[in-house]
Design a protein around this ligand. Structure first.
Ligand code: UT7
Length: 332
């Protein structure tokens, strides 16, 4: 057990202005508002429009808001980790681009790639630097411009995903609050069920890969659904058990927003009632690494110091896991 706990001391988010509604999707692919709502819980999602606009635009906006809100000088930031699978470029990392954009000139920065589990992987990674006493101000970003890898002719994926980013400040806890436990897993045999095939070193971009639509995200929805329900619920239950938490002890479930049915199943398994489940899938869809920090941003005003939060995620890789933390501040 670490002597120093890492605490989230601020959160901010950014979503683009453009709203892609289920009604607009009905004009693009063979689908219906009713199908999308009942199967996923999604009503609309945000899309980042404009030439040359990458994930860093949203990440930097979230970080700028975070710095302002917490009254932090960007020069005091020591490390920035950005979780994303839609980096601005293959390299340099999106975290490098964001650091320059926000003036974090004394920080080192890098990306973490774990798809929908990216934010919780990055949070656990960042927490280690605080817990060892090495650093005192670390920013963790989760964000994706999923619209850059979505085929808006494929109804099985285009209805799900959206664009957005969130960022949190991580500092040494002043008391007992902060990140208490985390449990993560990955299984690379899941790669065939959820991936973007081309554009990496195995299948670099060619005219053929573009024609075959291999630069788009593709998923076997039903298989991913099955694994997501089981593993997210299992790991959320496991972290409760390991920390002797009953359903009454849990104040908030902060679950990756992939599908309302998966979130409901996780809450059921934990025995947590609906009023304790953070939910914003209806307005943002699945923003991949963005969902969890965007939830914290949306619910920040409701959170109280000492609240018990269980975060849980499942995504491409496969990757999954859960984090147990005690919220460290009352909203101003
Ligand atoms: O965040 C990363 C992890 N990702 C996830 O966790 C996503 C997990 N998967 C899911 O959320 C769900 O599988 C989906 C929302 C993607 C799909 O829901 P489903 O209940 O699993 O549907 P399905 O794929 O089994 O398809 C059922 C039917 C099919 O038609 P038939 O074969 O029964 O005639 C599909 O062709 O629904 C059809 N369908 C659609 N119909 C209207 C598929 N997409 C659509 C659509 N509109 N957009």
């Amino acid at each position: 057990m670490a002597n120093i706990r890492a605490a989230i001391t601020g959160v901010h988010g950014y979503v683009p202005d453009y709203i892609l509604t289920n009604q607009e999707l009905e004009t693009m692919v063979e689908t219906s508002d009713d199908w999308i709502t009942t199967r996923t819980g999604i009503k609309e999602r945000r899309i980042l429009k404009g030439e040359g606009q990458g994930t860093s635009v949203m990440g930097a906006a979230a970080v700028k808001g975070l710095l302002e809100k917490t009254g932090t000088d960007p020069k005091d930031i020591e490390l920035i980790i950005c979780a994303t699978v839609t980096p601005d470029m293959v390299f340099p990392s999106t975290a490098n681009v964001i650091s320059a954009e926000v003036g974090a000139v004394n920080a080192f920065s890098y990306d973490i790639s774990a798809a929908c589990s990216g934010f919780i992987y990055a949070l656990t990674t960042a927490a280690q630097f605080i817990e060892t006493g090495r650093y005192k101000k670390v920013i963790v970003i989760g964000g994706d411009k999923m619209s850059s890898i979505i085929d808006y002719k494929d109804r099985t994926t285009c209805i799900i995903f959206g664009d957005g980013a969130g960022a949190v400040m991580l500092e040494p806890s002043q008391d007992d609050n902060g990140i208490i436990d985390s449990i993560h897993k990955s299984d690379g045999t899941g790669a065939e069920f959820l991936n973007q095939k081309a554009g990496g070193s195995r299948y670099p971009a060619t005219h053929e890969t573009v024609d075959a639509k291999e630069h788009y995200a593709r998923q076997d929805g039903a298989t991913v659904f099955k694994f997501a329900v089981t593993n997210m619920a299992d790991y959320a239950a496991k972290i409760m058990q390991r920390n002797n938490l009953t359903a009454d002890d849990v104040d908030w479930l902060v679950a990756h927003q992939a599908n309302k049915r998966i979130i409901d199943a996780t809450a059921n398994r934990m025995g947590v009632t609906e009023d304790k489940v953070m939910m914003n899938i209806e307005k943002y869809g699945n923003t991949t690494a963005g969902t969890i920090p965007l939830l914290l941003w949306d619910y920040e005003s409701k959170l109280k110091k000492g609240d018990n939060l269980v975060m849980a995620a499942f995504g491409g890789g496969f990757t999954w896991g859960a984090i147990y933390l005690k919220w460290a501040y009352d909203a101003k």
